[in-house]
Design a protein around this ligand. Structure first.
Ligand SMILES: NC(=O)c1ccc[n+]([C@@H]2O[C@H](COP(=O)([O-])OP(=O)(O)OC[C@H]3O[C@@H](n4cnc5c(N)ncnc54)[C@H](O)[C@@H]3O)[C@@H](O)[C@H]2O)c1
Length: 251
């Protein structure tokens, strides 16, 4: 996932109420939270930094540094109190109350997102669904009726929505972003494959599974270029090293 910030450039600080957190730390906090919830559900009351780091898939030194930003250092020989750490991280992430989220574009992807139960257990409530297609408006998904995008301002205000997901085609995404911002939305998760232009103070994050696959493709390409081949003279094996233009070079 990539991020586009039009608010503060670096760190996350509001002048004292929150600690000044590096963006990379903010990005790892949800991983710690997911791992902590799993530990709590399986009966753990405390966890060592190594145990939590392994459960979250990060390095333990990095985890200790991240948590020290929250003023959480654990107890020597005991580790971190799981419930306390969950409460601290949820407080910093603003998850102490479930946030209402709007979804715009209820096509193939929008249907899957609207039906996904995982948002509610992670602190979010899909509060409204919008589309511009008269054939979609009025459809009921997961207890919500798809509304006309024209009703965005009224519904955003009534439901106190500050975060929205865009799942429209790329050609419509900028117009939808403009409508969301005009209605008062200040954070956007964009699934459409395009860059959005938003005013200062609006945060945009982008999810593009095709980009993730392209990065994996690069690694596959590199691995295949590094495949060892038998040397022509039969004395050992020859390594193939990729060059910058993608051609293989025997070394
Ligand atoms: N991020 C990812 O990994 C990922 C994966 C799949 C698809 N996508 C992207 O998600 C988007 C949706 O894909 P899809 O397959 O669901 O498309 P889709 O055509 O099935 O659905 C798009 C929906 O957006 C609605 N729409 C169009 N213009 C609108 C507007 N101005 N206001 C409100 N609604 C509008 C359409 O009526 C339709 O219901 C595309 O941009 C696609 O490229 C991203």
């Amino acid at each position: 996932m990539s991020q586009q910030r039009n608010g503060q450039a670096a760190g996350v600080s509001d002048g004292g109420v929150f600690p000044d957190l590096p963006e990379a730390t903010v990005a790892r906090l949800p991983e710690y939270l997911r791992a902590l919830h799993h530990l709590a559900e399986t009966g753990f009351e405390t966890v060592s930094s190594e145990g939590l780091a392994a459960a979250a898939g990060v390095n333990s030194a990095k985890l200790r540094k991240d948590l020290s930003h929250l003023g959480s250092y654990g107890t020597r020989g005991v580790g971190y109190d799981v419930a306390l750490l969950i409460a601290q991280i949820e407080h910093v992430l603003g998850l102490t109350q479930r946030r209402a989220v709007a979804l715009v574009g209820v096509g193939n992807l929008g249907h899957a997102l609207a039906g996904y139960g995982g948002f509610s257990t992670r602190g979010f409530r899909i509060a409204a669904l919008f589309d511009a297609d008269p054939d979609r408006i009025g459809e009921r998904i997961n207890g919500l009726v798809v509304k006309d995008i024209a009703r965005l301002p009224e519904v955003v205000a009534a439901e106190a929505i500050s975060i929205a997901l865009i799942a429209t085609p790329a050609h419509a995404a900028q117009l939808v972003a403009d409508q969301l911002v005009a209605a008062g939305v200040t954070s956007i998760l964009n699934f459409a494959p395009c860059v959005l232009s938003v005013p200062d103070g609006v945060d945009v994050r982008k999810v593009d599974l095709a980009i993730e696959l392209q990065i994996l493709s690069f690694h596959e390409h590199r691995k295949s270029a590094l495949t060892t081949l038998p040397a022509p003279a039969g004395n050992g094996r020859m390594k193939i090293r990729p060059t910058l233009n993608g051609e293989a070079l025997a070394t």
